[in-house]
Structure formats: structure tokens, C-alpha cells
Ligand binder design. Structure first.
Ligand code: 6LW
Length: 504
């Protein structure tokens, strides 16, 4: 079967994969968003559906201090003797840790911290019961991959952390994974940085601590300098499937237009792995990820597609919704007005690096429509509620209902670094549908009230919210939000929210 890359579109970076019999599981990083580390399930490696979040409590994932693109960095997922293990770093508090669970859906344990510096932790289970822990670290012996042995129950280091490989000389040697294949230890890492020079390299040794000999065919994956719609491939993880063949998942991104800039974040790509005669893996089509590739020989297993409209009539929020940092207490509710998501603005605005009233959804497609029905009659001057297309606190476009000098208004605001524009439009009493249409180059905003015609408000460039302009490791989120500068707010009722991907 042919499949289309990315297999998981949108802001889902740093994939790690593991297999349990005929089931495959995958996790990704989430930075300052909560809950953290979505976990996906597949039976054919091509069709994935989210089955939960690994880090779903504030205890597991304190994010109050997380700067934008801080928080949770790259995870590793492994299954060992009936337990799932997910290792990651909270760079904004706590450092390296892992959690474990009997079931992929959770509940997962509280963090078990490991006193080794660096990021991108990985776990390797030796046949003799020893457990090795690797991170990408700039330690006493220089920058590279460090390893120690740990006690799996407590996370205690049983040995010193030692440099085991420096990589081939690319910047940022990171995302290590150790595999034992045919009695050789293969250490696969990312190098070159997570931008356009990204690549995957590998080395091997007869000993888990090296010395590691670099593969003569490195990099074994890179789309750098290629004429392709897919860039920055790297940060890969390997899995062997039922027929004995090997597959890789990796991150990459798709620039929206030329000159290249991407706003959907780093996404998840799948590729076959072939082995050279001298026993080295090569990922993809001779080291490249293509938009269409031939899939694994597994029975096709698609999942039902998700409804485009969320009516907020379930007792819990769907797994697709995320908060900016830990949700502020009292900032949202599903039971205050059954059938509505209610937001209570607090004094934190979208420009602050804190916890606003914010419930968001990844923008995972270049071409899509979004809309929300907002019932909000602001009673306190300057309070507002609406939709934001959000990259970080310095880069976002907002369409909202706001009380200005006692008058209910619609505002459309663009915040692009230190530049800000704001338009104020008259608005009637009663609910308003806030709409956004996205294409590769523009986000276009509309409002509609009662039986009146839909009104086009304005549009903003997608590239001004891209990683190349706004920085960071995340992708654009479209969120319902509320802000009450005085700290006192009128509830903002969201009756429904639509997210409708369109064919390009
Ligand atoms: C990730 C690391 C990286 O942990 O960025 O640039 C971090 N490389 O591998 C965030 O994705």
C-alpha cells in the first residue's frame, strides 16, 4: 500500500515508537502545553489515533515556569517486561525523568527522576537485566551522548555518566537511541540541529559503552538541500515489524510556500529502513523521506475519522484540546453550562508567559476552516474572549468580543514581535460565530451574527507566525481564550467549535 507523509500532521515533534506484538505506540514532545506527551496507537504504522496523554497531572507535569518552547522536550517510549516506559526532560523544572504504566492508555506513574544532565533521554534494556540511560549532554567530556546504568525502580544512577559518542561533527548531537541488533550495539542520533541541516547518523560497537565506529554511509537520513516539500528530517526511532523488516519514524516539516517558512510545527514521517551489505541501516529512499512511499506489509487498519464539530457535551474535553501551561484554576469548565465550554478570563493575557484562560487545538493542515459560536456579553470594561491563532506570546492573531467604553465590540488584533495592529468593529448583542479560514499563505477571519451575512474582517500572513519568524520548537495553535485585565470576568460560553480540514 502507498501512504502519504506526514503520517501525523501538525505540531507533533520528536517521535519515539515501540511495538507490543501487533500493536504500535508512539509519543511526541509537547513543550509548554498541557497535558503533555500524547500517545498514539496504530496497527499498520500508517494510521494513528491518539489514545491518551502520558503526562496528565500537574504533579507529573509542572509547567508554571515554562517559557515558550520550554517544558517537555523529546520523549522515548519503550516496552519492557509488561511495562511501558516513557522518558523525557522537563527543561523548565525537574530535568530528566521517566514514568511507567502497565497500559499505554495510562494511568502513568509519577516521575522517577534520573540525576544525569542533558536532554532527550533514552532507555536501553540489556538482556542481563541492566538498564542503560542515555542523554544528549554538554558534560565534563564535551558535547555528545552520555550514558549511565540505572536502577529501574528508583532511577538511581548505578554508574558514573560517561561520554559514549560525540557524533560525526554536526551541531547538536542529540536524540540518542541504542539498539542491539545481531549482537552489535547501534547508537543512532540526530545531528545538524532541528532546522534545515537536520540529519540522522549512526555508529556501532560490540560494547554498549563503545568505542563506537561511525557508519561510513552517514548521514543515514537527511532531506537537506533537496528539492522536496519535506525538510529537516531527523530525530528518528526504529522499530522491527512482524515480517522482520525495519521501519523508522522521524520528524520533519513542510514549508508552506517559497521562501521557506513553516507554521504547522514539526510533524511525524514514516519511512522504510533497508540494510546495506555491510550491516548498516539506511532510512527512506536512499536517506530521504518522500511525500508518498510504499508502506509496510501489515493489514491496513484505518480509524474512524473525527467529527469536525465539538459540541462540548461530554463530561471531559477531547484529547485534541490542550492548555497553555497548567490550566489556571477556575479558568474553564464543562459543567457550569452543560453543552458549553465556559472560559473565565483572568488577568493573564496572551502576551504574558503565564497561564491565560486558553483551550487550544493544533492547526494541523494548511487548508482548513475553523469556527466557534461564542455567547459572551462582557460586563466589565476591557474584558475580552474569542479565538486566537497562536504561535507564542509575541506572535498571535486574535479575533475577539471586547467591552470598550461600555460598548460591545469585535476586535481583530495582530501581534508580530514588537509590532501590533488592532481594528475595532461594531457588534450587536447576542451570540457571534467567529470564523477563520486558513490556506498556505493567509489566515482570513470572519464574523457572523444572527441572520446577518457573514462579514470578512481581515487576514494575516501565515509566515509571520512561522518558526522561521517567531522562533521556537512548536507549531500554530488555534485556541478559545478569555482575558479580564481587572481579574473579574463575565463567563464566556463557547457552544461549539469546528475544525474542518479541506483538500488541497
Ligand atoms: C529536542 C531536541 C531538539 O528535545 O530540540 O533541536 C528539542 N533539537 O532533540 C526540542 O524538540
Amino acid at each position: 500500500m502507498k501512504y502519504t507523509n506526514p503520517v501525523i500532521p501538525g505540531f507533533y515533534p520528536d517521535p519515539s515508537i515501540c511495538r507490543v506484538d501487533e500493536d504500535y505506540y508512539l509519543v511526541t514532545s509537547t513543550f509548554e502545553y498541557f497535558p503533555g506527551v500524547p500517545i498514539f496507537h496504530s496497527r499498520d504504522l500508517v494510521h494513528w489515533r491518539q489514545i491518551g496523554h502520558v503526562l496528565s497531572s500537574t504533579e507529573q507535569l509542572p509547567l508554571d515556569n515554562a517559557w515558550s518552547s520550554g517544558g517537555i522536550y523529546a520523549p522515548t517510549l519503550r516496552h519492557h517486561e509488561g511495562w511501558f516506559y516513557m522518558a523525557t526532560t522537563n527543561v523548565s523544572g525537574g530535568g530528566n525523568f521517566y514514568v511507567r504504566s502497565r497500559k499505554a492508555e495510562g494511568p502513568w506513574s509519577n516521575p522517577i527522576y534520573v540525576a544525569q544532565d542533558g536532554i532527550d533521554p533514552s532507555l536501553f534494556f540489556e538482556e542481563d537485566g541492566r538498564v542503560y540511560f542515555q542523554t544528549a549532554c554538554n558534560g565534563d567530556e564535551g558535547e555528545g551522548i552520555y550514558q549511565c546504568e540505572i536502577d529501574l525502580e528508583t532511577g538511581t544512577r548505578l554508574t558514573e555518566s560517561r561520554l559514549i559518542w560525540k557524533g560525526t561533527g554536526g551541531v547538536a548531537p542529540e536524540a540518542p537511541h541504542l539498539y542491539k541488533i545481531n549482537d552489535l550495539y547501534y547508537l543512532m542520533i540526530a545531528e545538524g540541529g532541528t532546522e534545515y541541516g537536520h540529519m540522522e547518523t549512526i555508529a556501532r560497537s560490540t560494547d554498549a559503552y563503545g568505542p563506537f565506529d561511525a557508519c561510513p554511509h552517514n548521514p543515514i537520513l537527511s532531506n537537506r538541500s533537496m528539492k522536496t516539500s519535506i525538510h529537516a528530517t531527523g530525530h528518528a526511532d526504529l522499530v522491527q515489524i512482524q515480517d522482520g523488516s525495519w521501519w523508522a519514524v522521524c520528524l520533519g516539516f513542510r514549508p508552506a510556500a517559497y521562501p521557506m517558512r513553516h507554521h504547522l510545527g514539526r510533524e511525524i514521517f514514516l519511512a522504510p529502513v533497508t540494510w546495506t551489505d555491510d550491516g548498516w541501516p539506511i532510512i527512506g529512499n536512499n536517506g530521504r523521506i518522500e511525500p508518498v512511499m510504499t508502506g509496510p506489509s501489515l493489514p491496513e487498519c484505518p480509524w474512524p475519522s473525527q467529527a469536525t464539530r465539538d459540541h462540548f457535551d461530554e463530561p471531559t474535553l477531547g484529547m485534541n484540546w490542550i492548555f497553555l501551561r497548567n490550566p489556571a484554576p477556575g479558568s474553564w469548565s464543562l459543567n457550569e453550562h452543560p453543552g458549553h465550554l465556559v472560559l473565565h478570563g483572568n488577568s493573564v493575557s496572551l502576551d504574558d508567559r503565564r497561564n491565560p484562560a486558553f483551550v487550544g487545538h493544533r492547526l494541523s493542515h494548511f487548508l482548513c476552516n475553523m469556527a466557534a459560536l461564542l455567547d459572551f456579553e462582557p460586563g466589565i470594561d476591557h474584558e475580552e474572549a474569542g479565538l486566537t491563532v497562536f504561535m507564542n506570546e509575541k506572535y498571535h492573531y486574535d479575533l475577539a468580543v471586547k467591552l470598550i467604553d461600555g460598548q460591545k465590540k469585535i476586535i481583530w488584533r495582530r501581534t508580530v514581535g514588537s509590532l501590533r495592529t488592532e481594528q475595532v468593529i461594531d457588534c450587536d448583542k447576542g451570540p457571534v460565530v467567529l470564523k477563520m479560514h486558513a490556506d498556505r499563505e493567509q489566515f482570513t477571519f470572519f464574523i457572523q451574527q444572527g441572520s446577518a451575512e457573514e462579514q470578512r474582517i481581515a487576514s494575516g500572513e501565515t509566515h509571520l507566525l512561522s518558526t522561521e519568524v517567531a522562533g521556537g520548537f512548536t507549531g500554530v495553535i488555534i485556541a478559545m481564550y478569555a482575558h479580564a485585565p481587572s481579574g473579574e470576568s463575565t463567563p464566556a460560553l463557547f457552544d461549539w467549535f469546528d475544525y474542518e480540514p479541506l483538500d488541497e
